[in-house]
Each structure stands twice: as structure tokens, then as C-alpha cells.
Design a protein around this ligand. Sequence first.
Ligand SMILES: Cc1cc2nc3c(=O)[nH]c(=O)nc-3n(C[C@H](O)[C@H](O)[C@H](O)COP(=O)(O)O)c2cc1C
Length: 379
Amino acid sequence: MKNWFAFLVASLLLISNTIMAQDNTARVLVLIHSDHGGTYELAKEIAKGIESGKTVKAVIKQVRTSADPKLKDIPVATVDELPTYDGIAFGSPVYFGNISTGMSEFFSKTVDLWTNHSLEGMPATVFMSAGSGAGKELALQSFWNSLAVHGMVLVSNGIRGNENIDKNIPQGNSVLGITSPASLKNVERPSKDERYLAELQGKNFAKVALSLKGSFSKKTLAEKPKQKSINDILKEKNIVLPTLPKPVGNYELFSRSGNLVFINQVSLKDGKILNPGKLGVNVNEEQVKEATKQTMLNIIAILKDAVGGDLNKVKKCVQLIGTFNTKDDYTQHASLMNTASDLTVEIFGEKGKHTRNTSGAYSLPVGSSVSIQAIFEVE
Ligand SMILES: Cc1cc2nc3c(=O)[nH]c(=O)nc-3n(C[C@H](O)[C@H](O)[C@H](O)COP(=O)(O)O)c2cc1C
């Protein structure tokens, strides 16, 4: 009985200690944009400093998937999650004495957080990777501008740790936050001292985040109605995307320029043209519509490949251009093309609405009765 009672007391103590420990733990987001890894190297030191006190947990995330393979596995942060943290350390490359375009694009998506006062009172600190370091303090300052507009508590670095660094080489120390001049290769960058200052910055920031924890609202945005995933829509509507056709010449299946994807297709199905011929001569309207649907499915299959397999990244169908193999006096091209337009709207909803052009042609490649050119905007 006595043993049982002792066990109960010990368990209760353990549970209450765990709850207290959880309460005293802060979570800090280290949010970066990095093209080549310089900012990420600093981020790791900042995170190390943040976690040195044990009661603060650091999470490194990026604002968008980096094109650099060594950075592509860093999770991508959503704007909506920002208010859930107890502090945010922001890192970016210096771009023309400013924050990087990637970071700036991310900030441009935070308007709802701003008007909702979601980040007010939350501590923030900044760090940057530079080239030569030209304009680094302008850039750090520009970071502060955006964060001040959000009402965040800006945590500077001052001259913390400067007495311990090697003054014989250029160092990226700055009172606003650590930087590293990555193109100055007299030593490996970030230099040993820049890493040291980054860690100190993280350590100090963790102290501030812990002290301010619970003093601001962490007001998250009202939950938006969840958009149905395109995969679910395809399944629901029993739409099966074909396997990717192979290019039969010196061209690509798609071409991406910025956020636009360009795709051109004919009615290829299982390696053969579906319903080939000229409308009114050897194919009828129903057959051309079937070929048009197949052509649009080919386009969407290629589009899926262009967005890395996730059709939810499609922001808009911008334009479709349909060309049909018809006789001279044919005028109902629009009704044929509706097959492609309807399918696009059926799959992408509002995002599928587009401008359109249709025309007839005397002949089309490989005997196809239809050819479609499509332009999509993607994330
Ligand atoms: C568009 C652009 C503008 C840049 N402007 C500057 C600049 O004003 N000052 C500077 O020191 N470096 C500048 N750089 C260099 C980057 O800041 C530097 O390569 C940085 O280390 C990249 O960080 P990352 O390795 O995290 O991608 C610029 C780079 C680009 C692409």
C-alpha cells in the first residue's frame, strides 16, 4: 500500500513537472530565404544559440523551396503559422542593399496578418548573407522596416561578442544582426567568428523570446474554408490523366518562364492520334470533341509534371488556343473548343477560367483533328 502511494505521488510530480516544463518552453521560428546556402549556414548557428538554453526550441523553415538541392528538404513555412511562435529570426541574402526577392514576396503575403495585428509584440531578429557586404546595413535596416510595420519587437545584436573576434580579417558583424560577406574568400564563410556571433545572437534572442512569451496575443487568422485538392476532384469525377507523351522532335513538353507554363499538344492517345482527320470529310463533330478532350487531358498531365506532381500549385489557366482541321466554310469552332474549356473549369474551378481563341486550319501535324496551345500561371 505504502509503495503504491509513493508510486502515485511520484507519477503526479512527474506529470506536473512535465506540464510546467511545457509551459516554460518557447518555440522560435528561424525563417530563411537562401539561394546558395550562406543564409542557411548562419541559420544553423542562430538555431544552435537559440537552443543552448534548453527551454527554447528552434525550427528552421524556408519561405519557398530553394532551387539548390542541398536546401530543398528544408520545410517551407506558411504565412498562417507565423503567429503560433514565440519569436521569429528572419534570414535572407542581401539583394541590392535590401532583403531578397524571395523574402519580400513572402512578406507581401502577410497583409492579413498585419491588419489582424497578429505579430504585434512578438520579438524578431534578423541576419543576412551578403556577397562583398556592400549595403549590408541598409539591407538589415530594410528588414527592420517591414517588421516594424508588423509591430514586432526588434531585437538587435549591439556589439555583443565583438571583443572576441579577429579584427585582422573582414567580419560581418553589425549592430542590427549578424551578416557574412560570402564572396570574401580569405577564410571560409561564414567565418568562425561570424558563426560565433550568430550563435550569440540566437542565445540572446532566446532569452528575449522566453521573457516575452505570453505577453502578446498570437492571434491566428480565422480558418479559411479548405479548398478541395485537385487530386480529389480528379478522383471524384473519374478523370484519369494519361501517361506523358514523348516529344517527337527537338522541343520540350513544357516550357516554364517565371510563373508561366507553356504547353502545346495534339490528340495523342497511347502513342496514336485519336480520331485523326478533317472535320466533315473523315471525322464528325463528336469525334473531334473526343479528340479535343484527349488533347486537353494530355496538357493537364504535362502541367502536373511541370508543377512537380502537385496540381494544387496551379494558380490560373491564363489562355487556351484551339486550332481545328476543318473545311473552309466551317464556323462552329467555339462549340468544339468548349470541350477543352469545360474540362479545365471542371478540374480547376474558378482558377480554370481563361481567355480563348479558336480557329480552323487546312491541315494539322500528324493528322490530328485538333491542336491546343495552353498557358498556365503556377506557384
Ligand atoms: C540580385 C542580387 C543582388 C545582390 N546584391 C548584393 C548587395 O547589394 N550586396 C552584397 O554584398 N551582396 C549582394 N548579392 C550577393 C548575395 O547577397 C550573396 O550571394 C549571398 O551570400 C547569397 O546568400 P545565400 O547563399 O543564402 O543564397 C546580391 C545577389 C543577388 C542575386
